[in-house]
Ligand binder design. Structure first.
Ligand code: ACO
Length: 371
């Protein structure tokens, strides 16, 4: 029998800096009342200058590994889903792999905008269920504040920074990730995009002048699309898992707009209390929003071992998807997975590897044939 993929550890990081609606109303023509009424957002967190998508991801990852009682060197795979990667390449996931000392893990980034975490969870679960790996780390991490046009009131009110991570592990015990539905409609790609910096529009003075390095969005169209697909994907994933909507303890939706979540709850004919909502405090943290909302639900006691939940998201691409999960928790006994000095050793290890590469370069470089 193929193994099951359980979520056994979780961790989140939120920058300290709070940016309130009131502060935004001093930057663009908007009001706290308008933002709260139209989106449900009161405030969001903004990364400090020394925080990046990778550094937030590393913090969340180490917390998740500690909950799972798993050492970084026991990981086989790291997927970072992000729309605000550290670079186009190398992958943010490779930087995380080095920073946490995951010496036996493959690592790659996954880009499916805000749906990325759902895609990443399913990929990691499939790898575990196929028997090819045992332990995976899935991280959603964002610093979208770096790609936000702070003069555009239609987008700058929405986004926030943060990271959330899950550890997934193989077990013979039934449960964990039960089903997934992943969808895309690229014909709507222009509705939500960051147009410049890729091969179509490489960064230039012109792209910067035109603001093409910022997020561009047709809010009304994205809103219409989101209200249509959220309930539909939730139903499909639930049915695929052999469950009914009534069997779900909670629905944990992507936090983009409170009104979108309310519309999905109405369509599913469930009380809003069964949907986890924390958009008021964090805004839209893109791929980090579902893990952050999940972790808050666990920590407040709303999500317990054995509960069945659906994670559902949508975003640029256009993409959307849902995953049905039977919530697990740690499967390994409590143990010290890394000492306090661990991160110092990991840094030394990284420097030693660079040094070895330099020495190898000198030795092998001199052996290259001339001309
Ligand atoms: N303050 C005041 N007025 C505003 C603001 C603002 N911040 N923003 C827009 N307005 C104005 C508009 O200019 C418009 O004025 P007009 O009627 O004179 O033209 C009016 O308010 C209404 O604008 P709408 O766009 O119709 O406002 P709406 O109620 O749709 O709310 C919003 C806009 C909040 C952006 C909404 O459309 C939305 O949430 N859409 C979904 C966005 C989303 O989820 N994006 C993330 C996807 S996930 C990812 O992949 C990153």
């Amino acid at each position: 029998m193929s193994p099951f993929a359980h979520i056994t550890g979780w961790g989140m990081t939120i920058p300290e800096r709070v940016l309130t609606n009131h502060e935004i109303s001093k930057m663009v023509d908007t009001t706290d009342e308008w933002i709260r009424e139209r989106t449900g957002i009161r405030e969001r967190r903004i990364a400090s200058e020394d925080q990046t998508t990778a550094s937030l991801a590393v913090e969340a990852a180490l917390k998740a590994l500690r909950v799972a009682n798993l050492s970084p060197s026991e990981l086989n795979l790291i997927i970072v889903s992000t729309s605000s990667p550290e670079h186009i390449f190398p992958a943010t996931a490779s930087l995380v792999q080095d920073a946490i000392g995951a010496t036996h893990a493959g690592a790659f980034d996954l880009l499916a905008a805000c749906t990325g975490f759902i895609y990443a969870l399913d990929l990691a679960a499939q790898s575990i269920r196929s028997g090819s790996i045992n332990n995976a780390l899935v991280i959603g991490s964002e610093t979208l504040s770096r790609f936000t046009n702070w003069n555009d009131r239609t987008t700058c009110i929405l986004f926030g920074d943060g990271a959330g991570a899950f550890v997934l592990q193989s077990s013979e015990e039934p449960g964990g990730i039960l089903s997934a539905v992943l969808r895309s409609d690229g014909s709507g790609g222009d509705l939500l995009s960051l147009p410049a910096g890729g091969s179509r529009h490489p960064a230039s003075l012109d792209t910067i002048h035109k603001g093409m390095h910022f997020i561009h969005m047709n809010g009304r169209e994205v809103y219409r699309f989101a209200t249509r697909v959220m309930a539909q994907a939730t139903r499909e994933a639930t049915e695929k898992a052999g469950l009914k909507i009534e069997d779900l303890a909670l629905i944990i939706p992507h936090q983009a707009n409170r009104r979108i979540i309310e519309a999905a709850a109405r369509s599913l004919e469930i009380p809003l209390e069964r949907c986890v909502i924390n958009i008021d405090r964090y805004g839209n943290t893109s791929t980090a929003s579902i893990p952050i909302a999940t972790i808050e639900a666990v920590e407040s006691g709303c999500l317990k071992r054995g509960d069945r939940v659906v994670f559902v998201g949508f975003g640029g691409g256009l993409t959307w998807g849902a995953v049905t999960v039977q919530w697990s928790g740690p499967i390994l006994p409590k143990r010290k997975v890394y000492p306090k000095s661990y991160q110092i050793w990991v840094k030394i290890r990284s420097h030693v590897r660079r040094l070895i590469r330099t020495i190898e370069g000198i030795i092998w470089g001199s052996n290259f044939p001339e001309g």
